[in-house]
Design a protein around this ligand. Structure first.
Ligand SMILES: [Zn+2]
Length: 333
C-alpha cells in the first residue's frame, strides 16, 4: 500500500468508518478495510463491509465470508429464505397479528422529520435495519445489521459501533435492544456516535414471548427502558403494544405450548391469530395498561451533563402509567 492509501479514511455512504475495536480510522486495502492502529482486517462481502470486533462479538467475521451466496448468520431471519407457501403463511400471520391492534408507536420517519426541523438533512444510523429501508433516497441514512439483507449497508454489532464519535444526528433502534447481550453498552455506543443534542428513537419489548430464539436476551418495563436512556432527556415516550395484544400473543403461546410438533405449532398459531383480534381491539380502550404493555418506545435528546438520577426516574412513574402518546410532539413544542 502507498502513503496516500494509508492516510485516506474509509467512508461509507458519506459516513466515516472507525475500527470497532479501538475507534481508529480505517483505510482501504484491496477489497478489504484495515485499521490504522491495530491492523485488524475487515472484509467487504458483496460491497458490504463486515465491521465486527471478532474477539468480543457474538458474531464471527468468518461466518460472513464462507461460501458463495452465503448470507451470514440468520439471526432468526429464516423467513427471508422460506418457501413460497411458508412465506405466504407468515405474511397472512403478520397481517392478522397487526389487525385490531390499536396502539401504535410513532414511526421512525416521524423522528427523522422531528430532527430535520432543526438540522437540515440529518445524518441517521439505523441499527438492526433488517429488510426495511428507512427514509427517502435523498435522506442521509446508513442501515446496519448483523445479517446481510437488501437494505443493509454495513454489518455492525451495536456493542462496538464502527463509527467515530458524534457523526450522527439520529439513531434508530426498533425491536433491537432485546436482542443484544448488553443493552446498556449498546446505548452508550448510541450516545457516543450521536452529535451533541442528537436524538435516539428506540422501541423495545416488555411483555412478549421469546422470539429469534437464542438471540433474545432481555425485556424492559417502561421505567427500566427510561433508565436505559438516562443519558438522554426525554422528548416523548409511550407504550408500543397494549395489554390486549399481550393477552392475544400469550394466548397463542399457550396454544402452541400444548405440543412441540411443528405442524401443531403452525395450526395453533393460525388459530390463535384468527380468534384474538377482539383482544387486540381492547388496546385502545384500556388506556391504563402500561404496567402490562407489550413494549415501550422512547424518543430522547442526548444530554451532556450527569445522567438522570434514579430518584428522578422513579418520580416519572405515574406519568408512564397511562399508555402515553402515539405521536411525537411538534418539533418546537
Ligand atoms: Zn483497530
Amino acid at each position: 500500500m502507498d502513503g496516500i492509501e494509508t492516510s485516506a479514511t474509509a467512508m461509507l455512504r458519506g459516513f466515516p468508518l472507525a475500527c470497532p475495536r479501538d475507534g481508529e480510522s480505517l483505510y482501504a486495502e484491496g477489497a478489504a478495510l484495515r485499521c490504522h492502529r491495530c491492523g485488524t482486517c475487515f472484509p467487504v462481502v458483496g460491497g458490504v463491509p463486515v465491521l465486527i470486533d471478532d474477539e468480543a462479538s457474538a458474531f464471527a467475521i468468518a461466518d460472513y465470508q464462507s461460501g458463495d451466496g452465503y448470507t451470514g448468520p440468520s439471526y432468526g431471519r429464516e423467513a427471508d429464505r422460506a418457501s413460497g407457501v411458508r412465506r405466504l403463511y407468515r405474511r397472512v400471520a403478520r397481517w392478522l397479528g397487526d389487525t385490531g391492534s390499536s396502539i401504535r408507536h410513532p414511526d421512525p420517519a416521524d423522528a427523522l422529520a422531528y430532527v430535520a426541523a432543526s438540522r437540515p438533512n440529518p445524518r441517521v444510523l439505523v441499527i438492526g435495519s433488517g429488510g426495511l429501508r428507512f427514509g427517502g433516497v435523498d435522506d442521509h441514512v446508513l442501515h446496519s445489521d448483523v445479517a446481510f439483507g437488501p437494505a443493509v449497508d454495513a454489518i455492525a454489532d451495536a456493542h462496538g459501533l464502527p463509527f467515530p464519535d458524534g457523526v450522527f444526528d439520529l439513531v434508530v433502534a426498533v425491536a433491537v435492544l432485546e436482542h443484544v447481550a448488553d443493552p446498556a453498552r449498546c446505548v452508550a455506543e448510541i450516545w457516543r456516535v450521536l452529535d451533541q443534542g442528537g436524538h435516539v428513537f428506540a422501541v423495545t419489548p416488555f411483555l412478549q414471548p421469546v422470539h429469534m430464539g437464542a438471540y433474545d436476551f432481555t425485556r424492559f418495563t417502561p421505567i427500566g427502558h427510561r433508565r436505559l436512556f438516562r443519558r438522554f432527556d426525554e422528548v416523548a415516550a409511550g407504550v408500543a403494544m397494549g395489554i390486549g395484544s399481550v393477552t392475544a400473543w400469550t394466548f397463542g403461546a399457550l396454544l402452541q405450548s400444548v405440543s412441540p410438533g411443528r405442524r401443531w405449532r403452525l395450526i395453533a398459531r393460525g388459530f390463535g391469530l384468527l380468534c384474538t383480534p377482539p383482544l387486540r381491539l381492547l388496546d385502545g380502550l384500556l388506556r391504563h395498561g402500561a404496567d402490562a404493555a407489550g413494549g415501550c418506545w422512547f424518543f430522547g435528546r442526548r444530554r451532556d451533563g450527569a445522567p438522570v438520577s434514579d430518584r428522578a426516574l422513579v418520580g416519572t412513574y405515574h406519568a408512564q402509567f397511562a399508555h402515553g402518546p402515539e405521536r411525537l410532539p411538534a418539533p418546537d413544542a
